[in-house]
Ligand binder design. Structure first.
Ligand SMILES: O=P(O)(O)OC[C@H]1O[C@](O)(COP(=O)(O)O)[C@@H](O)[C@@H]1O
Ligand SMILES: [Mn+2]
Length: 656
C-alpha cells in the first residue's frame, strides 16, 4: 500500500496528464466505454519446430478465423471459390495480388469489387475496437483515407457513391495496390489481438529463423519457452554443450541451412575436422533421419561425419557438466564414465550392453571427457561463431524479452511441458542450490536460472551455472520443460535393445486425466473458476489412437500444433491450435499443410475442424480481462484525482 504522501505524489503526476476535472472525467468515460467492448481474440500455437511455411499460414489465416469472417460478411452472395481467393489474398497479398491482377479482363471492375469487399470485412473486424485503437495502427501514408473508409456514416448519403468516388480516385492515382495490401494487413491485425506461442520454435523443421522474424514483426506476442528453445538460448549464450546439442539435432535432420544461411554460422572447420578424424570410419549409423536424406551421397556422408564428431564432443561435455552439477543427479547418464573401453560395452541401468559403434579415436580411456587440442579448437570456433551471429543474438534476445517459463493471461495458465509430480499426485520437490522447489516455486526458480545463463557477467561462475541449467532444462528428468525420465539419445545411437530407448513420462501426464490435477495446478498459480484453463504443448497427441487433446475434464488442453512433419505418421493429424475469443475457447484441429506454393496458387487452405471447449456464460468483455483489471485501477486513480480537485487538495490546471 502506498503511503498518503506517495499517493498524493502519484496523483500530482497524473494531474500533469489530466489537469482539470473535465479532462480526468472524460478519460474515465473513455476507459469505461472500452471496458464494455468484447474481449479481443487470442490465438495459441505450439511446437512449431522450424516449419515456417505451415506456421506463417496458420498465423495469416488465424487458424481459420479470417475465413469465417469472410463467410459471415460476404455470405452466399459470393461463391466459395471467390471467398477462398479473397482469403488467400488477405493471407499473402504480396504474392497473390500480381497473380490475380494478371488474370482479370476488367481490372478496374475487379479492383472496385475487391476493395469494397475488403472494406466491408475491415469494418466488421474493427467493430470490436475503438476508433482510436484502429487509427493508431494505421500506416501513416494511408491513415486518413483508411480512417474515412472504416468509420464513415451513411445515414444521410449514399454509401456506394461515396466509396465509389474514393476508389475511383485511388485507381486514377495508381494507389489501389497499396490500399489493398494495407487493408489485408489491417484485417489480420484486427482479427487477432494477441498471439501465444507455447514453446518449441526450433529444431527438426527447416527454418526456425524465419519463424522468429515473423514473430518479431507481430504486434503482440508472448512465448513460453520449450525445451528446444532453451537449448538454443544456451547456445547463443555461449554454452559449448548447448551448442553441440543444437548441432547434433541440426545434423541429424540435415538442416545445415538453418545455421549457414539462416545464422551465418559456418561449419567448414567442423567439417574438415570430421573428415580428418572420421574419414575412414563407417558412419552409416550417423546418416541423417531417413526422411531428411535429401542431398548428394557425398554431402550426406560429410553430414554423417560431422554428426558423429559433434555427438562425441557432446558426450564429453555432458560428462563435464554432469560432474560439476551434482544437483542434476545425472551421474547415471555420464556415458563416457560408464563405458568399458576394453570390452566395448556400456553400463546402462543395471545391465551391460555391447556398443553398436566402438570407434572413438579422440577418447583417452583414462580421461574420456578430455577434449583433444583439435577438438578444443573446433569448439572454440563454434562458440565464437554463435556469439558473433547477430541474427541469432537478436532472436534469442527477443526470446528472453518476450518469453518466460510460463505465463498467466486472462485466467489461463500457459506452459510448454509439465509440472513435475509424484506418483501420488503431489508436486514433486527438487533441491537445487540447497533449497527445495516444487510447483509454481519450481517454475519461478527455473525461469531465474534460465536468465542467469544469458545475463550474468561474461566469464562469471554464475553465467556458466545458468548455462548448465539451460541444458538441464532441455533434458533433465525434473525439468518442467521436458517432463520425461531421460532423453535417450545415447541409447538410441549406441544400444540395440529397444527397452533402453524408452523415455518414461512424468506422472503428470497420467494425472492430468483427472480434473482435480488441473484444479490443483491452477490453484497453485493463483487461478480458479470456470473460465480458467491450462494450455500445454510438448507432446504430440496421438489422434490416430483416439487420444484427445482435451484433458482433466476440459480444464487442460494439449495443443501440440503437430507442425513437425517427422511426427505426422505418429499422430495421424497435423495438430491443434486454440482461439480464445469473447464467446469462449475454441479448439481447432488441422490437417497437414502441404506447401505455401499450393496455398498461394491453388487457394488451398488448411482443412480445420473447430469445436468450443468452453463457452462463456455471457460475452466476455474487456472488463473481465487482465487489461480490464489495469484499466479499472486507472479509473480508480482518476476518480481519486477528481476528488482531489473537488476538495481543493490539488489545484486544477496545475503544471510544473
Ligand atoms: O525424434 P527426434 O528428433 O530424433 O528426437 C527425439 C527426442 O526429442 C524429444 O522428444 C524431445 O523433443 P520434443 O520436446 O519435441 O518432444 C526427446 O524426448 C527425444 O529423445
Ligand atoms: Mn518440447
Amino acid at each position: 500500500m502506498p503511503t498518503h504522501s506517495e499517493h498524493l505524489r502519484y496523483l500530482r503526476l497524473l494531474a500533469q496528464q489530466f489537469p482539470t476535472v473535465a479532462a480526468a472525467a472524460s478519460e474515465i468515460i473513455r476507459i469505461e466505454a472500452v471496458l464494455r467492448l468484447p474481449k479481443g481474440t487470442e490465438h495459441f500455437m505450439s511446437d512449431l519446430h522450424g516449419e515456417h511455411e505451415a506456421f506463417v499460414h496458420i498465423l495469416n489465416s488465424a487458424s481459420g478465423v479470417i475465413h469465417e469472417k469472410i463467410d459471415t460478411v460476404l455470405g452466399d452472395s459470393v461463391s466459395p471459390a471467390e471467398r477462398a481467393e479473397l482469403a488467400t489474398l488477405i493471407y499473402y497479398p504480396a504474392q497473390k495480388l500480381p497473380e490475380l491482377k494478371a488474370r482479370q479482363t476488367d481490372l478496374a471492375g475487379w479492383y472496385r469489387a475487391t476493395l469494397l469487399r475488403l472494406i466491408e470485412l475491415c469494418r466488421f473486424v474493427s467493430s470490436k475496437h475503438t476508433r482510436a485503437h484502429v487509427r493508431a495502427g494505421l500506416p501513416e501514408s494511408c491513415a486518413y483515407i483508411l480512417d474515412e473508409l472504416l468509420h464513415a456514416h451513411f445515414e444521410d448519403h449514399d454509401k456506394d457513391l461515396y466509396y465509389g468516388q474514393i476508389i475511383d480516385s485511388m485507381l486514377r492515382h495508381d494507389r489501389a495496390d497499396a490500399y489493398i495490401t494495407r487493408l489485408c494487413e489491417i484485417i489480420k491485425w484486427l482479427a487477432v489481438d494477441r498471439l501465444h506461442i507455447v514453446g518449441d520454435l526450433f529444431d527438426r523443421g527447416p527454418r526456425p529463423d524465419r519463424i522468429l522474424d515473423s514473430l518479431m514483426a507481430h504486434h503482440q506476442v508472448d512465448i513460453q519457452w520449450g525445451n528446444h528453445d532453451v537449448v538454443w538460448m544456451g547456445a547463443a549464450s555461449g554454452s559449448p554443450l548447448c551448442i553441440l546439442t543444437v548441432l547434433k539435432t541440426t545434423l541429424a535432420y540435415n538442416n545445415t541451412d538453418t545455421l549457414e544461411s539462416g545464422y551465418g554460422i559456418s561449419l567448414r572447420q567442423l567439417e574438415r575436422f570430421a573428415q580428418r578424424t572420421y574419414g575412414q570410419s563407417d558412419v552409416t549409423r550417423w546418416l541423417p533421419h531417413t526422411d531428411a536424406r535429401n542431398g548428394a551421397a557425398g554431402d550426406l556422408t560429410a553430414t554423417a561425419r560431422m554428426h558423429k564428431a559433434v555427438t562425441i564432443l557432446m558426450l564429453k561435455l555432458e560428462s563435464q557438466v554432469i560432474e560439476r552439477n551434482p544437483d542434476f543427479h545425472m551421474e547415471g547418464r555420464d556415458w563416457l564414465q560408464r563405458i568399458d573401453w576394453q570390452k566395448g560395452t556400456v553400463r546402462c541401468g543395471d545391465s551391460e550392453y555391447m556398443l553398436l559403434d566402438r570407434d572413438f579415436p579422440t577418447v583417452t580411456p583414462s580421461d574420456p571427457a578430455a577434449l583433444t587440442a583439435a577438438e578444443q579448437q573446433v569448439v572454440d570456433g563454434l562458440v565464437r561463431a554463435f556469439a558473433e551471429s547477430e541474427r541469432l543474438q537478436r532472436h534469442v534476445q527477443f526470446l528472453y524479452d518476450h518469453g518466460a517459463l510460463y505465463k498467466i493471461c486472462n485466467g489461463n495458465l500457459l506452459y510448454h511441458g509439465a509440472v513435475p509430480m509424484t506418483q501420488e499426485g503431489e508436486f514433486a520437490e527438487h533441491v537445487y542450490e540447497g533449497h527445495s522447489w516444487s510447483g509454481k516455486g519450481l517454475f519461478d526458480y527455473c525461469d531465474r536460472r534460465a536468465r542467469q545463463g544469458y545475463f550474468a557477467p561474461e566469464g562469471s561462475p554464475a553465467r556458466q551455472a545458468g548455462q548448465d541449467f539451460l541444458w538441464y532444462l532441455w533434458c533433465g528428468a525434473q525439468s518442467p520443460l521436458f517432463g520425461r525420465s531421460a532423453m535417450t539419445t545415447f541409447e538410441r545411437l549406441y544400444i540395440a535393445d529397444p527397452a533402453t530407448h524408452v523415455e518414461v513420462k512424468d506422472p503428470y501426464y497420467r494425472l492430468i486425466d483427472r480434473p482435480e490435477t488441473a484444479d490443483k495446478i491452477l490453484a497453485a498459480f493463483g487461478l480458479q473458476g470456470e473460465g480458467c484453463h491450462i494450455v500445454n504443448g510438448h507432446v504430440p497427441v496421438r489422434a490416430i489412437e483416439g487420444e484427445s487433446p482435451v484433458k482433466g475434464g476440459g480444464k487442460l488442453i494439449i495443443i501440440d500444433g503437430g507442425f513437425c512433419r517427422a511426427y505426422h505418421q505418429k499422430t495421424g493429424i497435423a495438430g491443434y491450435t486454440l482461439v480464445y475469443n469473447s464467446r469462449g475457447l475454441i479448439l481447432r484441429t488441422h490437417q497437414p499443410f502441404e506447401s505455401m506454393e499450393k496455398a498461394i496458387h491453388e487457394d488451398e487452405d488448411i482443412a480445420s475442424k473447430s469445436e468450443y471447449i468452453y463457452t462463456a456464460p455471457r460475452r466476455i468483455q474487456v472488463a473481465d480481462t487482465d487489461e480490464g483489471v489495469r484499466k479499472r485501477e486507472r479509473v480508480r486513480d482518476l476518480e481519486a484525482l477528481v476528488k482531489a480537485y473537488e476538495s481543493g487538495l490539488i489545484p486544477q490546471g496545475l503544471r510544473v
